[in-house]
Design a binder for this molecule. Structure first.
Ligand SMILES: CC(C)(COP(=O)(O)OP(=O)(O)OC[C@H]1O[C@@H](n2cnc3c(N)ncnc32)[C@H](O)[C@@H]1O)[C@@H](O)C(=O)NCCC(=O)NCCS
Ligand SMILES: Nc1ncnc2c1ncn2[C@@H]1O[C@H](COP(=O)(O)OP(=O)(O)OP(=O)(O)O)[C@@H](O)[C@H]1O
Length: 196
């Protein structure tokens, strides 16, 4: 039997920390953020449409997209975010679907998708797993990791479905408000439950 497990959470809630650990345990993990980076790179399929809409101002000197500049536009403007999503998400889906087919010979495949519930992709998963963190810890970790001020962190958090709602919708929740060791312990328990 193979099972598709959708791993999600809020920005900086700890999805990559969880998925790195799951990878170390030997499971295949497909990461939507990586496919999004491939799609938006200079030689990627979404790149021409992005430049056409957002203009050359969002480019670095080497022609690659300046992610901080594009982020500043789309996380502060819902309409602009929707434009970017329409350009990037179909490309992410294509890349992910083809790798998913290849990985389906494995007993379990994890899909790390930040916008799993927002985009209704939970319907393609047998189990959904949300990495939850309380909002104050989320803000602090996001500010520290990205060198953001509080308002930049809040703009990004508010561009996603509230984490409390993702928690409600999810089959299983990993609480990452404590230490990384705590998180890894919960993952070990989850893995034992799916291996039964
Ligand atoms: C706007 C961009 C250039 C900012 O790049 P940056 O390096 O700062 O962030 P990164 O790509 O590492 O994403 C960090 C996190 O931001 C959140 N996020 C990214 N894009 C979005 C979005 N469109 N809506 C809501 N949250 C988002 C996710 O939680 C993601 O894990 C980049 O995030 C992007 O191209 N986004 C559009 C594609 C997308 O939706 N990716 C998310 C999963 S498919
Ligand atoms: N339990 C923890 N204790 C302390 N710091 C943590 C913990 N879990 C994660 N972090 C740190 O918080 C930050 C966010 O974690 P991570 O990058 O795993 O989140 P993410 O959900 O993948 O983020 P994004 O949505 O931006 O891709 C990182 O700097 C990470 O090292």
């Amino acid at each position: 039997m193979n099972q598709v497990i959708g791993l999600t959470g809020g920005i900086a809630s700890g999805k990559s920390t969880a998925s790195d650990y799951i990878k170390q345990k030997g499971y295949p993990v497909l990461d939507a953020d990586i496919y999004a980076k491939k799609s938006t790179a200079k030689d990627g399929p979404a790149y021409p449409g992005i430049i056409e809409h957002f203009g050359n101002d969002i480019l670095q000197e080497d022609g690659e997209i300046d992610r901080r500049k594009l982020g500043a536009v789309i996380f502060n403007d819902t309409k602009e975010r929707e434009v970017l999503n329409k350009l990037v998400h179909p490309e992410v889906r294509k890349l992910m679907d083809s790798d998913k087919e290849a990985a389906l010979s494995e007993s379990h495949v994890f899909l790390d998708i930040p916008l799993l519930f927002e985009n209704g992709l939970d319907r393609q998963c047998d189990i959904t797993l949300t990495v939850y963190v309380d909002q104050e810890t989320q803000i602090e970790r996001l500010m520290a990791r990205n060198n953001f001020d509080r308002s930049e962190a809040l703009a990004r958090i508010n561009s996603q479905m509230p984490l409390s709602e993702k928690k409600e919708k999810s089959t299983k929740v990993l609480d990452n408000s404590g230490s990384k060791a705590d998180l890894f312990e919960q993952i070990d328990e989850f893995i034992s439950s799916i291996e039964k």
